[in-house]
Design a protein around this ligand. Structure first.
Ligand code: AMP
Ligand code: ZN
Length: 477
């Protein structure tokens, strides 16, 4: 079946046709590394990771590039306030990125290029732009002349006149036109700086993505992605400078943007200070729960953050994990089911779940709807296991399908993260009471009740053993 995705450039869902058969080349604008990343950034990383995994599931060979902006004004400022070399600060938060990324089960990119390692490529492009009249130097700074690029504004749907009228742009005598943006910035004392034909300086923000995407994916690659805040000016500027440099050749075929994670309806952002870092959230919730929460809403719909919703997400994920566990326990038993009607029902449920899952994902990666197909299959499996707790081929097929589809969204349903400490404590308290009830029934020589309790727990995976020191319980490994 064909896959459709929403292209910000054309403002409609389009059928996906790759540049090269069987391959997908994607570039996603990664973090500016001056802090731990927050849940809003995480939404972007998780969404594009899910998109990448679904392409892989469809059989594409995906080349996925996600950069690190490891030099910029904010990094320099933060370095100065912390008394740390800004470049070292950037490296530190790159390392921290990988720790949180692992907790969220983000696949490492095929390449994670760093801006500071691609300065010469950026200089070459800036020189090309100056040579073709699209860039100009003013006393060590270089700007891009937006009014020399036809169609400036095509991604965001703005015209230069709107921009001039709408924005209260500070008058900058150095620029030929108020919307012109910096390709290269002259170094200020104490800032990290590189040699260039225009003296010591550092790149403007946008140029790094042009240099790194062209280097690793080439012109006309398939998907360029990022959060919705990047449409303007970042991606608009990337298009202008790249297509200007390429003399009109297309930069990227499809532009995809996720909606914001908000907090009290306001964008979660580092600059507003209204954010939770993933590092903080991981103290109370496993990464898989945060991921489950973030993918529970379609990526183009806003998602308002509150911790209550994380708890709901945990319950949802646990429902799927429990189905898998109960099915496994049933299948580990001796004997097998020979009921052909039930067998056929399970095989059919697995097939229908896969179809519904693919239909949802083929429609612009609707992970929220894809969840519904997983819950439906889990429900069918639970019903079967309750009635007929034994191995069956149909159950094995259903379980395999649920694990596989969960995996496409980045969840390892067979190996849940540790249950939370709080839940462990509650379980211990409950089991203490259970053992006391059982001890009382034994005192009354009510062996039937005592055995019933032991056997009933065995079915849920908890083993009760009588030892000379009294009864003990443990979870079956
Ligand atoms: P930054 O580190 O601020 O450059 O952001 C890294 C990525 O996260 C970019 O693609 C942003 O568009 C994205 N992003 C930032 N804030 C949010 C948010 N609140 N919701 C969704 N995506 C965001
Ligand atoms: Zn970018």
């Amino acid at each position: 079946m064909s896959l459709k995705l929403y292209n910000t450039m054309t403002r409609q869902k389009e059928e996906f046709h790759p540049r090269e058969n069987g391959k997908v080349a994607m570039y996603v604008c990664g973090p500016t590394t001056y802090n731990y990343f927050h849940a809003g950034n995480a939404r972007m990383f998780v969404v594009f990771d899910m998109i990448r995994r679904y392409f892989m599931y469809k059989g594409y060979d995906v080349r996925y590039v996600q950069n690190f902006t490891d030099v910029d004004d904010k990094i320099i400022q933060r370095g100065q306030t912390e008394g740390m070399d800004p470049l070292a600060l950037g490296q530190k938060y790159i390392e921290e990125y990988f720790k949180d990324a692992k907790a969220l089960n983000l696949l490492p990119a095929t390449i994670h290029p760093k801006a500071t390692e691609h300065i010469s490529e950026m200089i070459e492009i800036i020189e090309g732009l100056i040579n073709s009249g699209l860039g100009y130097e003013v006393d060590g700074d270089v700007y891009f002349a937006v009014d020399h690029f036809p169609n400036y504004g095509k991604l965001s749907g703005r015209t230069l006149d709107d921009m001039k009228a709408g924005a209260r742009v500070e008058v900058d005598e150095r620029k030929h036109f108020p919307m012109d943006f910096a390709l290269w910035k002259k170094a200020k004392p104490g800032e990290p700086a590189w040699e260039s034909p225009w003296g010591l300086g550092r790149p403007g923000w946008h140029i790094e993505c042009t240099a790194m995407s062209l280097k690793y994916l080439g012109a006309g690659f398939d998907i360029h992605g990022g959060g919705g805040d990047l449409v303007f000016p970042h991606h608009e500027n990337e298009i202008a400078q790249t297509e200007g440099y390429l003399k009109g050749e297309m930069f990227a075929r499809y532009w995809m943007h996720n909606a914001f994670l908000t907090i009290n309806q306001e964008k979660m952002s580092k600059s507003l200070g209204n954010f939770f870092t993933i590092r903080e959230l991981l103290e109370n919730s496993p990464g898989e729960v945060i991921r489950f929460y973030l993918l529970g809403t379609h990526y183009r719909s806003p998602l308002d953050f509150n911790e209550q919703n994380l708890v709901m997400a945990q319950k949802g994920l646990e429902r799927l994990q429990t189905s898998i566990r109960l099915a496994q326990q049933a299948m580990d038993r001796k004997g097998s089911s020979k009921n052909e009607r039930i067998e056929a029902g399970l095989v059919k449920a697995a097939k229908e779940a896969r179809e519904a899952f693919e239909k949802a994902m083929d429609d612009d990666f609707n992970s929220a709807l894809a969840y519904a197909s997983l819950f439906e299959l889990a429900k069918t499996m639970n019903g079967y296991v309750q009635e007929n707790p034994a191995y069956s081929e149909g159950l094995a097929e259903a379980q395999k399908t649920l694990v596989e589809l969960g995996g496409v969204l980045g969840f390892d349903l067979l190996h849940p993260a540790q249950v939370s400490v709080e839940q462990d404590e509650i379980l211990a308290q409950v089991m203490e009471v259970v053992l006391q009830i059982r001890a009382r029934s034994r005192l009354k020589k009510d062996w039937e009740m005592s055995d019933f309790i032991r056997d009933a727990f065995k079915d849920t995976g908890i083993i009760i053993e009588d030892t000379p020191q009294g009864a003990r319980w443990q979870i079956k490994k």
